[in-house]
Design a protein around this ligand. Structure first.
Ligand SMILES: [Zn+2]
Length: 312
């Protein structure tokens, strides 16, 4: 993404990360764990952390790469194991073959009012071994675990579509209106053409960083979504320093939908001025299970608010 105004935030040391990740367990997320009743009450930061590590182990995942294909298979495997239907949609962005991955619950083909999204491509030309742990893997990992949680509320899950977007990153170093957001632009246009735009979108990006506040861009946040976000912070009793707003607008995957009238909220980690964003330092060493856990709890709280029980 790109920021159009330099955000100025007063930040303190925020995310406590004393929940030490258990790297030795990282590939032990199994079908049994999916089916375990105990682990379904709250989203597990450790499970999401393990997904994030497993995705990073696939290496760089730019559009149309072997790593990207392996990531698609990883996501499909875990989504399908949890009972979600998956569908790839292929398109061309900047002359390159790209694929978005969709996940839906249930047989119905009705329009799902809430779109959960994240990008899963990693930026090219950062370094040979750039894995995009926060910028790419973290949100995909969080949405996998959220998908698992939603299996407990199938009527709610039927109102949600999850999309893993290709081509968010620009090919030139800096994103522009023309270069970047290929997957979300293509999908938003397709839905507009088909009359299938959702009512709401929650986009996740950079949601697993240690001491990285989540700061949706205030200039891109519709008032109704600001109200929902504020209510969720209060309900969850989250720190207003860790869960804040950036006084800015961003080019990110919420924008193509927002521009078409969707009520979008971009839950994005504060990256401006960081020492890790689009650098080789964006690896698992900066990822925090507790940060992932909070991001997932926020997303699930917002889902509960937007899709209340009486509409299920
Ligand atoms: Zn990026």
């Amino acid at each position: 993404m790109k920021h159009s105004i330099t955000a100025t935030l007063l930040l303190a040391a925020l995310c406590s990360c004393d929940d030490k990740p258990k790297e030795q367990d990282k590939l032990q997320f199994s079908l049994e764990e999916i089916q375990s009743e105990e682990s379904l009450d709250q989203p597990s930061g450790q499970v999401a952390y393990n997904h994030c590590a497993a995705i990073c182990d696939l290496g760089p995942r730019p559009s149309n790469s072997a790593g990207y294909e392996a990531q698609l298979r990883y996501l499909e495997q875990h989504l399908q194991a949890a009972g979600w239907k998956t569908q790839r949609r292929a398109f061309t962005g900047a002359g390159i073959p790209m694929q978005n991955l969709h996940a839906t619950w249930g047989e119905a083909t009705h329009l799902r009012p809430l779109l959960l999204s994240c990008h899963i491509d990693t930026k090219i030309n950062v370094s040979e071994d750039f894995v995009g742990a926060n910028d790419g893997a973290s949100a995909a990992a969080a949405l996998l675990e959220i998908a698992r949680m939603l299996t407990r509320k199938p009527q709610q899950a039927e109102q949600v579509e999850i999309i893993f977007l290709d081509g968010e990153e620009s090919f030139a170093w800096n994103m522009t209106e023309e270069d970047g957001l290929y997957g979300s632009k293509w999908d938003a246009q397709r839905r507009d053409d088909e009359g299938s735009l959702p009512k709401w979108q929650i986009n996740l990006d950079l949601v697993g960083g240690r001491d990285v506040p989540i700061a949706p861009p205030s200039m891109d946040t519709p008032p109704s979504m600001y109200t929902e976000y504020s209510e969720a912070i209060r309900t969850l009793q989250f720190s207003p320093e860790q869960w804040t707003m950036a006084p800015t607008s961003y080019l990110d995957d919420h924008r193509p939908y927002l521009d078409k009238g969707v009520l979008s909220l971009n839950l994005i980690g504060h990256f401006v001025g960081s020492n890790w964003w689009h650098t080789p330092k964006d690896d698992m060493s900066i990822i925090c299970p507790n940060a992932l856990s909070e991001s997932m709890r926020m997303t699930l709280q917002l889902i509960n608010q937007l899709i209340p029980k009486e509409e299920q």
